[in-house]
Design a protein around this ligand. Sequence first.
Ligand SMILES: Cc1ncc(COP(=O)(O)OP(=O)(O)O)c(N)n1
Ligand SMILES: Cc1ncsc1CCOP(=O)(O)O
Ligand SMILES: [Mg+2]
Length: 347
Amino acid sequence: MDEQSNQRKEQPFAIERILDANLDRAREGLRIVEEWCRFGLNDTQLAEKCKQMRQEIASWHSSELRLARDTLEDVGTGLSHPQEETRSSVEQILQANLCRTQEAMRVLEEYGKLYKSGMGEAFKQMRYQVYIMESTLLTSRRRQQLKDTRLYLVTSPCEQLFSIVEAALKGGLTLVQYRDKNTDDIVRLANAQKLRQLCRDYGALFIMNDRVDLALAVDADGVHLGQQDLPIAVARQILGPQRIIGRSTTNPQEMEQAIAQGADYIGVGPVYETPTKAGKAAAGLEYVRHAVKHAPIPWFAIGGINLFNVKDVIDAGAERVAVVRAIMQAEDPTRVTQVFLSQLMKK
Ligand SMILES: Cc1ncc(COP(=O)(O)OP(=O)(O)O)c(N)n1
Ligand SMILES: Cc1ncsc1CCOP(=O)(O)O
Ligand SMILES: [Mg+2]
């Protein structure tokens, strides 16, 4: 007796039950993702892709497999992971269900080989499609959040770094850049990791200044590169298509290049001279007006912006601003964040 029939003798219908349970699991996971694609993202293409895959999964779900089902005898039905009970964002729900779908498909790929010819290969292909979908979803979510962001905090080194950033996140901040030019890498890495987690906890995007390697190391949402930093094409090669790449621009020519090179957003400034970037001449509100007319991608006015002059920047046409001192040196970073946001949301 070969191994396969031996196993079947000891555990009747075990393979069928494994397949039955995982066909259901894969379909359920996809359904949850599909609902978000349809109602949350209005993305008919992605929703249609999920539906097609659900139908393909259903076509493998024969009555023979359904008949093998024996829920009362299934020791696994009462087992759930504590994290299944706590989902705090749509992103978590999507990630958990994509992961569940991929796991189920891996099981179907392996055990399917014992059941029907072609089943293993079919689920291998579907699993790759789910990976591609995951990457598309993550990318479009990041880009959408970037677009929706009005206020960008660029940090400066200080003892209360984490409490200030958290206070700003509590005020509704959705984008944080870790900027720290002179600290040892070992400390920078630890700080970046901590900030990355903090941003995740509050559903904010996290960008690493200057350093593509650290951005990857801490799984940042992206990197911000100045004119003297790595070229965008090189960073894109390293980071791939999913992560955000921002570029500083000071004049129309730099703006045009950054857009042509595939930046996801640009910094526009310094609008005003600022001690944070000492020695750099102001580009002025004129450059902000230029951005209004010529920047088709998200852009952030930056440099010397505070609660007293932000209205002038908004009146010049800016919808988004980036600040360092206005929040990092604020007595009440939560309140300052809220006031900035209320000014910027008026548009
Ligand atoms: C949003 C944003 N805009 C501009 C900059 C400046 O970047 P860079 O010119 O590379 O200067 P440093 O910040 O590295 O000193 C930025 N960081 N963020
Ligand atoms: C990093 C940077 N790039 C252009 S201006 C600037 C600093 C802005 O800092 P602040 O908001 O404190 O003026
Ligand atoms: Mg830089």
